[in-house]
Design a protein around this ligand. Structure first.
Ligand code: G6P
Length: 612
């Protein structure tokens, strides 16, 4: 949440900052600001409430602001309402220190009081202003050296931060510090960039450094130096980003979400191909041996949001293919539970960004308990990818739309491959069945393509949902897991109240909410459970509900009950989730568009949730 960008070089900084921020708007978009300095001149700070375009208009797309060194910020409010005063950059009163920040400073009240006692006054409600003034305080109290001042502030600050700071005495330089909030540094000929995420700078360079926790960086034109908290210079390895710039652009689609929905066949195929060779799954980065897998008794899958829904689906798949017990946990709950993790356990954390605060904390807690950990992660070099004992990278590429689609699909398929490999390593699957299931997984990309070809039908039906106030998603087993994801998608981008229920639970409460015209969307792909779910559909229909069904080709009898039926190609039921989720993604996309909402940037949400 919150996106930061910085640039120092020989070109005008403001257009680069605005362009970079536009790639980070998925991280926050309630206000934005930039600070740009022209040589030795005073730094100019421009910030305003509202989306980035407001700032772009104020600065004539950056043309009106001169200077080759600057920092920028797009905000997702945590401390203090969205307003121009609370927007970043923040500055010390004399303009000595100017900074942008992503993260949360937990002890900001205590630090604020300390600073007030030392003569500082505060204008905003943000924790960032406290950080800025703390750096200024140490800079003035001890030697006026940026690295030392920042290091001292870092020792006092509790919480998470990615900070970019400019000092009045050091024109052309940007100082960065990081703890638990993402930040990368990019380098090109005579130019240096800093950003919360790769897409912001991909257009300019693919050569990046990952700044580690509790490290500081000094950025100059075309050069960067890293320091540890003791102000000692440290070495870093340059990494080349493989993503191409185009994959971070809309590529002719009206919205990132639609583009990302359409990328699914390719990225699912890429993810499968990254580990499958000669009809076998090989995990190079998953260093668990077959013996270790064979000894496992318990698997915990821990994640947030849609990644949690992937876990719910995978629970059914892993338990069906192996004798492993699987528990799926919300990271925000798991991390605070007073529970004893069993010795022969594996904790799988799933995260697109690899930075979600609760998931990261759950991973750290698991490692402290001494159990093995595995991350299913999309962003290379992210905190979870670096800290998990084993990593399975999904190859979704950059996902920009806040509502996840392609990352979700690649996580699901990564989980299928893991489940299959677990079954093999534990001797719990016959070779023939293994081959058959792997062949089925290989059919998923082409089947997703077929569903996408039929999107106009879903677009047509979505019109009927535009004025709906409430909806329910029902299903059993894997269909329930997919209903949870479908329901989240619909509510997060179309703001329609929606709940997902295990179909068998309807009669324990939610059925009392069904009345004439209530929308019930039923996922029905699990052969052995179809009749049970159809009975539940009939129960709600007789109470006035309007039904949509997502089912497998061949189940035409569902048209007797549902007013709209959407078919997905036949597939092994264990993997049906990969197909049945696609119509639900499309449905929520078209409903949101039909309602005229900003589908890629739903209100109050952010893509990467680095706060608790
Ligand atoms: C946010 C996003 C969701 C995502 C969740 C977990 O809420 O909007 O799309 O599922 O965070 O994010 P992660 O990066 O850990 O997968």
């Amino acid at each position: 949440m919150c996106g930061i960008v910085g640039f120092t070089g020989n070109r005008q900084a403001a257009p680069i900052l605005l362009d970079g921020l536009s790639k980070l708007e998925y991280r926050g978009y309630d206000s934005a600001g930039i600070a740009v300095r022209d040589g030795e001149n005073e730094t100019e700070v421009i910030k305003e409430k509202g989306k980035l375009r407001v700032l772009a208009e104020m600065t004539n797309n950056g043309q009106a602001v001169k200077g080759c060194c600057g920092i920028g910020h797009t905000r997702w409010a945590t401390h203090g309402e969205p307003s121009a005063v609370n927007a970043h950059p923040h500055a010390s009163d004399d303009g000595n220190v100017i900074a942008v920040h992503n993260g949360i400073i937990e002890n900001y009240q205590e630090l604020r009081e300390k600073l007030i006692k030392n003569g500082y006054s505060f204008h905003s409600q943000t924790d960032t202003e406290v950080a800025v003034k703390l750096v200024d305080y140490y800079y003035k109290k001890y030697a006026p050296l940026p690295i030392e001042a920042i290091a001292r502030a870092m020792v006092r600050i509790r919480g998470s931060y990615a900070l970019c700071v400019m000092f009045k005495d050091y024109p052309g330089e940007i100082y960065c510090a990081r703890k638990d909030s993402p930040m990368i540094i990019g380098i090109a000929d005579g130019e240096t960039y800093v950003a919360s995420d790769v897409p912001a700078i991909l257009k300019y360079t693919r050569n990046v450094y990952y700044i580690g926790n509790m490290e500081i960086a000094k950025l100059e034109k075309g050069a960067v130096t890293f320091f540890n908290i003791d102000s000692e210079v440290i070495d870093k390895k340059l990494t080349e980003i493989k993503w191409d710039a185009e994959s971070a652009e809309k590529g002719g689609y009206e919205h990132f979400m639609l583009k990302e929905i359409h990328e699914q066949p390719k990225v699912i195929r890429d993810t499968i191909n990254s580990v499958v060779t000669d009809g076998l799954v090989h995990f190079d980065t998953v260093s668990l041996t077959d013996e270790e897998i064979a000894e496992l008794e318990q698997v915990y899958i821990v994640a947030c949001g849609s990644a949690y829904h992937v876990g719910v689906d995978l629970q059914y798949v892993i338990e069906s293919l192996t004798s492993l017990q699987v528990r799926v946990e919300l990271a925000s709950e798991f991390r605070y539970r007073d529970m004893k993790l069993r010795g022969k356990s594996l904790v799988i954390v799933i995260s697109q960004s690899g930075e979600t605060a609760d998931t990261l904390a759950a991973l750290r807690m698991s490692k402290e308990s001494g159990v093995k950990t595995l991350g299913i992660v999309n962003v290379v070099g992210s905190s979870i990818a670096r800290e998990a004992d084993n990593v399975f990278y999904t190859l979704a590429g950059p996902e920009i739309s806040v509502a996840t689609t392609k990352a979700y699909s690649t996580q699901l398929v990564a989980g299928y491959l893991l489940a299959l490999q677990f079954a093999k390593a534990r001797g719990e699957i016959a070779d023939e069945r293994y081959d058959e299931l792997l062949a089925e997984i290989n059919t998923i990309p082409e089947k997703v393509e077929r569903i996408l070809e039929d999107k106009e039908r879903i677009q047509w039906y979505s019109n009927k949902l535009v004025n709906v106030a409430d909806s329910f998603f029902i299903g059993r087993g894997i269909d329930y897991a997919i209903g949870m994801e479908g329901s989240l998608k619909l509510k997060e981008i179309s703001y329609i109240h929606s709940e997902a229920y295990a179909a068998g639970e309807l009669k324990h409460g939610p059925i009392s909410l069904i009345e004439n015209g209530t929308i019930v969307i039923s996922v029905v792909t699990q052969d052995r459970l179809i009749e049970k779910t159809v009975s539940n559909m009939v129960e709600v229909k007789s109470r006035g509900a309007k039904l949509m069904a997502v089912t497998t080709a061949g189940n035409y009898f569902l048209e007797d009950t549902a007013e709209f039926t959407c078919y997905v190609p036949k597939i092994e039921p264990l993997f049906a989730g990969s197909l049945s989720v696609i119509p639900l993604q499309l449905l929520s996309y078209y409903v949101s568009i039909g309602k005229g909402y900003d589908v890629d940037k739903p209100r109050n949400l952010a893509k990467s949730v680095t706060v608790e």
